[in-house]
Design a protein around this ligand. Sequence first.
Ligand SMILES: CC(C)(COP(=O)(O)OP(=O)(O)OC[C@H]1O[C@@H](n2cnc3c(N)ncnc32)[C@H](O)[C@@H]1OP(=O)(O)O)[C@@H](O)C(=O)NCCC(=O)NCCS
Length: 200
Amino acid sequence: MTTIHYQLGLPEHLRTQAALLYDDAFRQKLQPIIPDDEIRRAIIHHAICPDLAIVAIMGSELAGLAGFHDAGRSFTGRGSAQALMRNLGWVRGLGTLLLLSLYKRRPRGGELLMDGIAVCRELRGQGIGSGLLTHLDQYACERGYRQIRLDVAETNTSARRLYERHGFVAVRTKPLSPLQRVMAFDAATTMVKSVPGGSR
Ligand SMILES: CC(C)(COP(=O)(O)OP(=O)(O)OC[C@H]1O[C@@H](n2cnc3c(N)ncnc32)[C@H](O)[C@@H]1OP(=O)(O)O)[C@@H](O)C(=O)NCCC(=O)NCCS
């Protein structure tokens, strides 16, 4: 297998690949909110903050990414409101913004909150997801975070297994709102992992 290189920050020339990968990985959640493939991908492309991800690169291609929140920003949080209004118009844009806000999470003090981990379909099951989480651990440790938190859909058993192998523990499973249930899945489990020596 070709060597995988992990780094902090998405190189600008891989932004389009990142938007496609993120869209493919989270389509079940995003498609009911923004059904048009082209518009949804354009909005993700615009929303990406390249410095807020650990990325896995194979040769010159993006193999995977793990996004997160930091200092009030998140990997897919850049100016989504303007991009929505521009692509969908005011009325649909505002409605879409409202629906997306149902999934908004805010990190608590000392906590690194994840904003999606995804590996290209054809490269899954080869340890890249594990590699991304290991590098995310290092990042959290270097920055003095005390805890990493994420939410995983109750139906996403393979992702949950990956998190458990990496020391994440489920703290609660919350049924989603009726609207979210119609759109995607029934419940999400919050998982956390302590970061040794955290000082924040
Ligand atoms: C979840 C996700 C990121 C995992 O990425 P991945 O690269 O496949 O993860 P890994 O390869 O590290 O681990 C997955 C499996 O491969 C196995 N594996 C790991 N390294 C391996 C290797 N070198 N050889 C063979 N198998 C291996 C693991 O044991 C694991 O098996 P399991 O499914 O029985 O638990 C990926 O499936 C994905 O992008 N899913 C869609 C998006 C998503 O659901 N994200 C999570 C949202 S909360």
